[in-house]
Every structure is written in structure tokens, then in C-alpha cells.
Design a protein around this ligand. Structure first.
Ligand code: ADP
Ligand code: MG
Length: 692
């Protein structure tokens, strides 16, 4: 067993490493940039680059990369070596401040939406000193932002950093009114990551998993998740070995991997880190997803991060636990012992409530994808309707505030198990609600609609921006108030009354809720194709503009990228399903029925009845015919899709025509599969994949 404290962060150019290796003045200046956001002094970069290079070389590193997060949702890197020719065929290892600060990857092959027309191929990556550099696979990775030649944002990190600035600025204004002089506020995130593990040998035999990450065919196995024996169950040895190596790899990168357990579905698991600064947590979640996949291969497994790899069993999500705190660690969403009297907490809480209610559309967009559509609203994940859960205690507090009645605190209740040797403990003042899309869980909000493969950047860009916007309004109205305390109380009351509709403490999975939500006027954007166009509404362009997050062209281009991504993913699914139908399912069914027919014929020559064989041949034959028809219908949607020009029209066509045709084909395929003999199956079944 490795020495974990020694191992932890060993591949990170961390604050401690910097303190050891940088001259004091340089270290101080860099820390000021990291902690206070002050501008980086140019001379600092040169010294830092050199120290980074020496540190990396000592660890056997020969290359560096600007590591960035284009709009693909994953990360990108291009490696350059440190070598620099010195004449006479010699080289030295060099890394300049300029190389640390700026890179120039060709931007033309990354998604850029409508921006492609207006910007040139040249793109820039620029060092983000607030997220530490690290070594991955023997490469020094420098977290960077990614911009076009004309300065347009082409990535996830730039707007995330801007949104952190925005929320900090506005929160600092509000805190000042409380006499709390801080210069910087950050948001914090702890993302819980769900995933599946399946054997690599079986994965390789399924073109749907290979090309799309999810099964496009597959009849349910006799056992699913109905016994609920997988959740928190004992972890099988091969998975335990995987988790152990995964943890070590993550710890080396300074990622605080903390909790691991089996999830509800068979072969499904979860990993949760300890929360941290949203920018770093986002980088870490990207790294976590990448390393989950890499380590799995070493164990003969494949890690599936798709939101819905298997029909009929739960899909995978990601819970984005989010809070706001001062840079020195005071959590502004901590209610304390007396939330009713905690004006600062109530004001920040009210800001989040107003933000979520006013911007349901943006929150929905931030988690929208073709893949996540299979989960949201499918009784395993929150519905596509955004609402907030606050719990009994806070709901009571807010009710008292709205009605003006005195608040009667809930007394702390002792829990006793009735067993003398088990110590008593204090019960939480509120139960958990696992069905809410946006739940207050003690001192943070848990946004539960994210898909497992989502970059958490998008959800947090939106969260930070919408909360910044409400805080700005709060600050505007309170800064001029004669009596701050009574003005703040009035504002909290007004806000809570106005946005009461967004609070729902009941069961979000119940069908009645959808009716009630509609009556309350809450948005129900059922699919990603419904949601994306909201991103570019006039209000949202104004909102993002107000806080310097996105310009109008950037909003428009992002909308286009999202719509195109949706269509492209579905198009790949169609081509894959069609190929599997033609090359796997039809041949398997035809060969098997030919065998049966031959057996029936042989029996007939001996005057023996062949009732079972004939019935099966007929049943399979009829299904093959309708399957072939369904395939033809599905195939015909592709040229029709391609003939449409507008990304929004294409996405709508996918939603309304392509996906139903895909589902129709699958329904028949899944009827054929159970009729075939085990050795006649075209690919590994759900049973093979999930119960290994
Ligand atoms: P669960 O939802 O499974 O019950 P927990 O409530 O224990 O899990 O915590 C889930 C995640 O929330 C963890 O990653 C934890 O670090 C994170 N978390 C705790 N406090 C905060 C906070 N103030 N800001 C952001 N995330 C937090
Ligand atoms: Mg959770």
C-alpha cells in the first residue's frame, strides 16, 4: 500500500511545490493572482515556467501541453517537447514564460457554431494560473482557456471563469452591506459521478456501445434491478481492484476522491470527491472521467459514462453540489443553528430561489443532451421540470417570513435505535428528497439533472451567472436603503412570495406533479431539442451580456453547437442501428430460422411432426419482415434529415421523426433476440453485460 499523504498531489505543481521551488517574491505574486484574481506580472511567468519545467523533468517528463476544454464537452491537448536545438546537434530542455502563457492550436477543427464564418483558423490557448498544472501520462499539462483569433470564446473554461468573477463581484457588494469586507467570493462544487463498468471483451462485440456509448438494441435480462440488491452492495473484487487503482491515480493528481459505492443498477457505481473551487472542480471532473476510462481498460473493463447505456435499468447522472463561500471559506449557504435569524443566509437563499425560478430555461439547457433525454422524467432522475426542495425546516422559516407570523423552531429530536449499546444521536431537522432536481441539502444546493457525461462547466456557468444577476439586483436595491436590515427583510419576503411557485417539497416523480407544475406556470422542456432554442432568447443574450459572460455572437454560436451536437449524435445512432440490423440481427435471425426450417424438413422426411420448429420459423420470419420494413423507414429519415438546413429544424426532425423510427426498429429487434438460441445470438445480451 502506497503512503497516501505522500502520493497525494505528487503529480501536481501545487501551492506547496511552488512555495518550495519559486523565489519568495515570485511565489507571493503568483498566489495573489490565484487567490485575489490580480493581474499576472509578465516576469513571473518566466520564472514559473522554468521551475515547472525543472520539476517536470525530474519526474521524467519530456513534453508539455496546453490542456483545454473545447465545446466538444471533453478536453483537448497537443504535445510539444521541451527540446531546443543548441547547434552542433545538441539540444537543451527549455520552457519559456511565453510558452507557458500562450499557445496557438489550430482552431478550425473544433466546434465553433456560426463563429466559423467570422473568425480565422488561428486560435489561442492562454494559461489559467488559478488551476494548478499537473503531469498526466508523462506530459506536463497546463490548464488553459481557448479563444479565437478575434477573441471569441471557444471553450467552457473562459465563460466559467467569467461567471466566477461575476458572482464574486456581486456577492462582495452584498456582503459589504452586512459590514463584511471581503474582496473575493467563490462558488464551490462537489460533483458525484455515476458510471457503468462492463467487460471489454463483450463491449468490443457491440457496435452500438463502441460507436454511441449506449445499447441501441437489447432485450431485458431475466434479472434487472428489481431486487435492489446492488445499491451499496458488496463491491465485487474486480471492481474493487479497479476502484483502488482509480483512487490512487486521482490522488496523484490532487483530486480528493472520497466516496465510492455500488449504484442502483447492476454494474453501476459512483465516485464522489470532496468539494472545492468550481474552476478546479470542473478541471478535476474532466480528469476524473478521463482516468475512469483509462484505468478501466487496464482491468479488462470499459467505463461507460453515457447517460443511458441500458434501457430498462437506471441511467447515470451527476449531482452538482454547489455553494457560495468567501475565499477564506465561510459558506454563505450555511444556515447555522438559527436560520430564521440569519439574515445573511436568508438573503443568499432568496437570491438562489429567485435565480432558479427566473432562469428555469437556462438551467434546463445547461443539462440538455440527446443522451440525457433518456433519463430526465423517466422515473429514475428528476423530471425535465425545474423545482426546488428546501426541506421542512426552511420551508417553515420561509412560510413564516411570507405570512409575517412568528416562527416556531423545530426542536432538535434525539434518535434512539432502541438498542442500549447503540449510542443515541441528533436527528437532522429535515429528511432528504431524492426526487428533486434542485435540492437544498444542509448547506449547499444539489443540482441533480446533470448527465453523467456532461461537462459540469455548463451548469455552473449558468448557476453562477443567474445568481450573480439576482445578487446585483439585490445590491442595487439595498445599497440605497436607509435602514438596511428592514429593507433586507422586506426584500427577502417579497422574493420568497414572488417565487413561491418554484418550491416543491413533494414527489417529483409523481405524474400529478407535472400537472401541478403546469398549473404553476413552470416550464416543462421535455427534450433537449425543445430546450436549446431558449438559450438564445433576447433575455438570455441580455443576461449574459450584462455580466460579460458571452457576447451575442457567442450565445448564437453556442446554441448552434448544441443543436448540431444533438443531431449529429442521433444521426450516428441511426447509422449504427441500421448497420447492426443489417449485419448482425437480420443475418443471425435468418441463419437460425434456416437451421430450424432444415430441421423441420428433415423431420418431415421421417414423418415426424415439427410443430415447434415451424411455429418458431414463422414467428421469426414475420418479425424479420417487419424489422426490415422498420429499418427501411429509419434509413429513409437520414436523407430527409440531411435535406434540412436549419440546425433547429434538424433537431426538431430528430425529435419528432428520427427518434420514433429508431425506437420502432428497436422494439422489433428486441422481440427477435429472445427467440434465438443462445449460440445464435448476434451480440452479448444485457444479461452478459450487466451480470459478469
Ligand atoms: P449525498 O448526496 O450522496 O448524500 P453528501 O451530501 O455527503 O452526498 O455530499 C455530496 C457532495 O457534496 C460531496 O462531493 C461533498 O464534498 C459536496 N459538498 C459538501 N459541502 C459542499 C459545499 N459547501 N459546496 C459544494 N459541495 C459541497
Ligand atoms: Mg447526491
Amino acid at each position: 500500500m502506497a503512503n497516501i499523504p505522500e502520493l497525494f498531489g505528487s503529480n501536481v505543481f501545487s501551492e506547496n511545490t511552488m512555495r518550495e521551488r519559486l523565489p519568495k517574491s515570485v511565489f507571493k505574486s503568483l498566489i495573489a493572482t490565484i487567490q485575489k484574481g490580480s493581474e499576472l506580472e509578465p516576469t513571473v511567468a518566466t520564472v514559473v515556467a522554468n521551475a515547472m519545467k525543472d520539476w517536470a523533468i525530474e519526474k521524467g517528463v519530456t513534453h508539455f501541453t496546453h490542456w483545454f476544454q473545447p465545446m466538444t464537452g471533453i478536453t483537448a491537448e497537443k504535445h510539444d517537447s521541451f527540446i531546443s536545438p543548441q547547434g552542433a546537434g545538441a539540444v537543451i530542455m527549455e520552457f519559456s514564460g511565453k510558452e507557458l502563457i500562450k499557445g496557438e492550436p489550430d482552431a478550425s477543427s473544433f466546434p465553433s457554431g456560426g463563429l466559423r464564418a467570422t473568425f480565422e483558423a488561428r486560435g489561442y490557448t492562454a494559461w489559467d494560473p488559478t488551476s494548478p498544472a499537473f503531469i498526466k501520462d508523462g506530459i506536463l499539462c497546463i490548464p488553459t482557456v481557448f479563444l479565437s483569433y478575434s477573441g471569441e470564446v471557444l471553450d467552457m473554461k473562459t465563460p466559467l471563469l467569467r461567471s466566477m468573477e461575476a458572482v464574486s463581484q456581486q456577492a462582495v457588494r452584498v456582503l459589504k452591506l452586512f459590514g463584511y469586507g471581503v474582496s473575493r467570493v467563490i462558488t464551490t462544487v462537489g460533483p458525484e459521478q455515476e458510471y457503468f463498468l462492463v467487460p471489454k471483451t463483450l463491449f468490443d462485440k457491440r457496435k452500438d456501445l463502441v460507436y454511441t456509448g449506449r445499447t441501441l438494441f437489447g432485450a431485458p435480462s431475466p434479472k434487472g434491478q428489481e431486487l435492489e440488491d446492488q445499491y451499496f452492495g458488496a463491491i465485487r473484487p474486480c471492481v474493487a481492484a479497479y476502484m483502488a487503482e482509480l483512487n490512487e491515480e486521482l490522488w496523484k493528481l490532487g483530486i480528493l476522491a472520497k466516496t465510492q459505492h455500488n449504484e442502483v443498477a447492476p454494474a453501476q457505481h459512483e465516485l464522489a470527491p470532496i468539494f472545492g473551487n468550481t474552476n478546479i472542480a470542473t478541471d478535476h471532473n474532466q480528469l476524473t472521467m478521463e482516468i475512469m476510462k483509462k484505468v478501466a481498460e487496464k482491468h479488462g473493463l470499459v467505463c461507460l459514462l453515457h447517460e443511458k447505456p441500458f434501457a430498462g435499468v437506471n441511467g447515470s447522472g451527476k449531482h452538482n453540489n454547489w455553494s457560495i463561500s468567501t475565499a477564506d471559506g465561510v459558506n454563505l449557504l450555511e444556515p447555522g443553528d438559527k436560520p430564521y435569524d440569519n439574515l445573511r443566509f436568508l438573503l443568499f437563499l432568496a437570491a438562489v430561489i429567485a435565480a432558479v425560478d427566473e432562469h428555469q430555461d437556462l438551467l434546463r439547457v445547461s443539462v440538455a443532451s440527446a443522451a440525457n433525454d433518456h433519463r430526465l422524467g423517466a422515473n429514475e432522475a428528476p423530471p425535465a421540470v425545474i423545482s426546488m426542495f428546501l426541506g421542512d425546516e426552511l420551508a417553515g422559516v420561509l412560510e413564516a417570513i411570507s405570512s409575517g407570523d412568528a416562527y416556531v423552531p423545530v426542536a432538535g429530536i434525539k434518535m434512539s435505535s432502541g438498542v442500549q449499546s447503540v449510542p443515541d444521536f441528533k436527528k437532522d431537522t429535515t429528511d432528504r428528497n431524492r426526487t428533486s432536481p434542485f435540492a437544498f441539502t444542509g448547506n449547499k444546493f444539489e443540482f441533480r439533472m446533470l448527465g453523467s457525461s456532461n461537462s459540469i462547466a455548463e451548469a455552473n456557468i449558468v448557476l453562477n451567472t443567474i445568481v450573480a444577476d439576482v445578487l446585483a439586483r439585490f445590491a442595487d436595491s439595498l445599497e440605497g436603503a436607509a435602514d438596511f436590515e428592514s429593507a433586507a427583510k422586506a426584500l427577502i419576503k417579497e422574493t420568497v412570495v414572488k417565487h413561491a411557485r418554484i418550491i416543491f417539497n413533494g414527489n417529483n416523480y409523481a405524474p400529478e406533479w407535472l400537472e401541478e407544475a403546469a398549473a404553476r406556470g413552470l416550464l416543462n422542456l421535455r427534450t433537449a431539442a425543445d430546450a436549446f432554442p431558449y438559450f438564445e432568447s433576447a433575455e438570455n443574450i441580455a443576461l449574459f451580456g450584462r455580466h460579460g459572460i458571452f457576447t451575442e455572437p457567442e450565445v448564437l454560436s453556442r446554441t448552434e453547437i448544441m443543436l448540431e451536437g444533438y443531431t449529429k449524435n442521433i444521426r450516428i445512432e441511426v447509422l449504427t442501428a441500421s448497420e447492426m440490423a443489417q449485419k448482425d440481427i437480420i443475418p443471425a435471425a435468418v441463419l437460425y430460422s434456416a437451421k430450424l426450417a432444415k430441421a423441420a424438413k428433415d423431420k418431415a422426411t421421417l414423418n415426424i411432426g415439427a410443430k415447434t420448429e415451424i411455429a418458431l420459423v414463422e414467428e421469426i420470419g414475420a418479425l424479420i419482415d417487419s424489422f426490415a420494413d422498420a429499418k427501411a423507414a429509419l434509413d429513409a429519415t437520414v436523407p430527409a434529415l440531411d435535406a434540412l438546413e436549419e440546425p433547429a429544424a434538424q433537431a426538431a426532425f430528430c425529435r419528432d421523426t428520427v427518434l420514433p423510427a429508431l425506437a420502432a426498429l428497436r422494439a422489433i429487434g428486441d422481440k427477435i433476440e429472445p427467440l434465438l438460441a443462445r449460440n445464435a445470438l448476434p451480440y452479448p445480451t444485457y444479461g452478459d453485460l450487466l451480470f459478469y
